[in-house]
Design a protein around this ligand. Structure first.
Ligand SMILES: *[C@@H]1O[C@H](CO)[C@@H](O)[C@H](O)[C@H]1NC(C)=O
Ligand SMILES: *[C@@H]1O[C@H](CO)[C@@H](O)[C@H](O)[C@H]1NC(C)=O
Ligand SMILES: *[C@@H]1O[C@H](CO)[C@@H](O)[C@H](O)[C@H]1NC(C)=O
Ligand SMILES: *[C@@H]1O[C@H](CO)[C@@H](O)[C@H](O)[C@H]1NC(C)=O
Ligand SMILES: *[C@@H]1O[C@H](CO)[C@@H](O)[C@H](O)[C@H]1NC(C)=O
Ligand SMILES: *[C@@H]1O[C@H](CO)[C@@H](O)[C@H](O)[C@H]1NC(C)=O
Length: 403
C-alpha cells in the first residue's frame, strides 16, 4: 500500500481490449533499477503516513491507494520517503516514474506526466474504482510496457486527475493479483493481471534489493523479475509461506514474531504484511508500547517518531524478526532514522529517532505489523506469487552502520 497524500481521479469511459497479452521475454530474470527519493516535507508527515494506515484497514484497496486521512487533513503536497522505478509505456515509448509497491496490485500512470495514446495503445471500457470517500476512477488502457529489455502487452490504469505526486507518475503494483478483485468496473469480480503475472507466468517472482539511504535522492535499488538476483544477497533465501490470516492474506502477508534482544517478546507470533510502499516498520499499538518500554524511548510530537537520547541509543539492542524457520537481526542502526536527515523531519540533530512506529490498532486484528521498506533496506526480499511465499536473505547492508 502506498501511504502518500491525497489522490483524486475523475471518472472516464474507455474502449475495452479483449484477448491475452503478448509476451516477449528473452532472458530471465530482467532487472530494473530503483531510485530512493526522500522528501519529507515537514513535521508530522510520517505521523500522517502512519495514521493513514489506521483508517485504511477497513477500506478495500484499489489502485494501490489508501484513504488520505480526512481526520487529520493530509495536505495535498504531502510527500514521504519512497522508492521509484522508471517504466516505459507505449510505442514510441514514454518513461514514467512509478512508486514500487508490493502492497497493491494495480499499475497506473498519469499522475504527473500526461499519458498520450500511441499507436500501440488500446483503451478499454473499464475503469478502476479507487474506493475511498465517494470513489474515484482510473481508466484502463492496454499498451506496451517495457521493463528492462522485456516488452509486454499489459493493461494499466491512466488517472485523469490527481494531486500530491510531485513529479511521480503513478504506482507499479507488484502485489498479489487477488488484490485487484473488486476494483474493476463494470465487471467487479474480474482479476486484473499484474505485470508480474504477465511478465513471468512461469515463475511470477520479483526480487527486490534496497540499500540503506541517507541522502535525498539516490538510485541504489534493484527489482528483478522472474527470480532473485544472487549478486544482491549473501547466504541463502529463507522462504515463509503466505499467511492464511485475513486480511493480511490479501497482500504479501506472513506470520512473524519479534523479540527485543534474543528473548524479550515484543510482538507475539501473528500475521502482517511486507510492503515496499510503506516507509516504516509498523507494529500493533500494544507491541509498540512494549518496545517503547524496553528501549526507554519517548514519543516526539515534532516528528511523530519515538525518540532516544544518544546514550539510550548506545544501549539499544537488536530486534529479532522470527519468520518461518529463520531469525533476522534488525540492528540498532537499522532501527534509527538516518541522522543526517533529522532536519527533514523537523528533528533535532542530536536526537535519535526510531523507524519503528504505531500501526494504530491492537494485536489480534489479522494485520498486526507492516514490514515497510526500512526493513527491506536490510534484507533482500523475494515476492513469489506462484509458490505463495515471501523470502528474505541477508545482504552486505544487513549489519551496515548507515543510519
Ligand atoms: C466501449 O463502449 C463504446 C460506447 O458505449 C462502444 O461503442 C464500444 O463498442 C465499446 N467497446 C468495447 C470493446 O466493448
Ligand atoms: C519535495 O516536495 C515538495 C512539495 O511537497 C516539492 O515542492 C519539492 O520539489 C520536492 N523536492 C524534491 C527534492 O523532490
Ligand atoms: C506508430 O506511429 C508512428 C507515427 O506516430 C509511425 O511512425 C510508426 O510507424 C507507427 N508504428 C507502428 C508499429 O504502427
Ligand atoms: C472476486 O471476489 C468475489 C467476492 O469475494 C468472488 O466471488 C470471486 O470469485 C472473485 N473473483 C475471482 C476471479 O476470483
Ligand atoms: C467477470 O469476470 C469473471 C472473472 O474473470 C468472469 O468469470 C465473469 O464471466 C465475468 N462476468 C461478466 C459479466 O463478464
Ligand atoms: C517495562 O519494563 C520494565 C523493565 O524494564 C518492566 O518491569 C515493566 O513490567 C514493563 N512495563 C510494561 C507495561 O511492559
Amino acid at each position: 500500500m502506498v501511504l502518500f497524500g491525497l489522490f483524486i481521479f475523475a471518472p472516464v469511459v474507455y474502449v475495452i481490449a479483449a484477448g491475452h497479452p503478448v509476451i516477449k521475454i528473452r532472458d530471465s530474470p530482467i532487472s530494473l533499477q530503483i531510485a530512493a527519493r526522500l522528501n519529507v516535507t515537514g513535521a508530522a508527515n510520517l505521523v500522517q503516513v502512519t495514521k493513514a494506515l489506521q483508517s485504511s484497514k477497513t477500506v478495500k484497496v484499489a489502485a494501490g491507494i489508501f484513504a488520505s486521512d480526512r481526520r487529520i487533513g493530509v495536505p495535498a503536497t504531502n510527500a514521504a520517503v519512497l522508492y521509484t522505478a522508471n517504466v516505459e509505456v507505449g510505442s514510441p515509448s514514454t518513461s514514467y516514474t512509478l512508486i514500487v509497491d508490493t502492497g497493491s496490485s494495480n499499475t497506473w500512470i498519469g499522475a504527473s506526466k500526461q499519458y498520450t495514446p500511441t499507436n500501440s495503445s488500446k483503451s478499454t471500457n473499464e475503469t478502476v474504482a479507487v474506493s475511498y470517500g465517494s470513489g474515484f476512477f482510473v481508466s484502463i488502457i492496454y499498451d506496451t510496457v517495457t521493463l528492462g529489455r522485456a516488452c509486454i502487452r499489459q493493461s494499466i490504469g491512466v488517472a485523469d486527475f490527481s494531486i500530491g505526486f510531485n513529479g511521480l507518475d503513478g504506482i507499479l503494483g507488484l502485489g498479489p493479483d487477488d488484490l485487484t478483485n473488486g476494483t474493476l468496473s463494470p465487471n467487479n469480480t474480474k482479476i486484473i493481471p499484474t505485470i508480474t503475472d504477465v511478465c513471468y507466468i512461469q515463475s511470477r517472482e520479483v526480487g527486490i534489493s534496497f540499500e540503506p539511504t541517507n541522502s535525498l535522492s539516490i538510485t541504489n535499488g534493484e527489482m528483478s523479475f522472474g527470480g532473485a538476483d544472487e549478486r544482491k544477497y549473501t547466504g541463502r533465501i529463507t522462504y515463509a509461506p503466505l499467511t492464511s490470516t485475513s486480511p493480511a492474506n490479501e497482500y504479501f502477508g506472513i506470520d512473524q514474531r519479534i523479540t527485543y534482544g534474543r528473548s524479550s517478546l515484543i510482538l507475539t507470533h501473528t500475521a502482517g504484511i511486507v510492503d515496499t510502499g510503506t516507509t516504516l516498520v509498523l507494529l500493533a499499538s500494544d507491541a509498540l508500547k512494549t518496545y517503547q518500554n524496553a528501549t526507554g524511548a519517548v514519543f516526539d510530537d515534532e516528528t511523530g517518531l519515538l525518540r532516544l537520547t544518544t546514550e539510550q541509543f548506545d544501549n539499544l539492542k537488536s530486534l529479532f524478526f522470527h519468520i518461518g524457520n529463520a531469525v533476522f537481526e534488525f540492528t540498532a542502526n537499522a532501527q534509527a532514522w538516518p541522522r543526517s536527515l533529522n532536519g527533514m523531519i523537523n528533528g533535532s540533530p542530536d536526537a535519535v529517532y526510531l523507524i519503528i512506529n504505531d500501526l494504530g490498532t491492537e494485536t489480534g486484528q489479522g494485520l498486526d505489523f507492516v514490514n515497510g521498506y526500512v526493513f527491506l533496506e536490510r534484507f533482500y526480499s523475494v515476492f513469489d506469487s506462484r509458490k505463495q511465499r515471501v523470502g528474505f536473505a541477508t545482504t552486505p547492508y544487513t549489519y551496515a552502520e548507515t543510519n
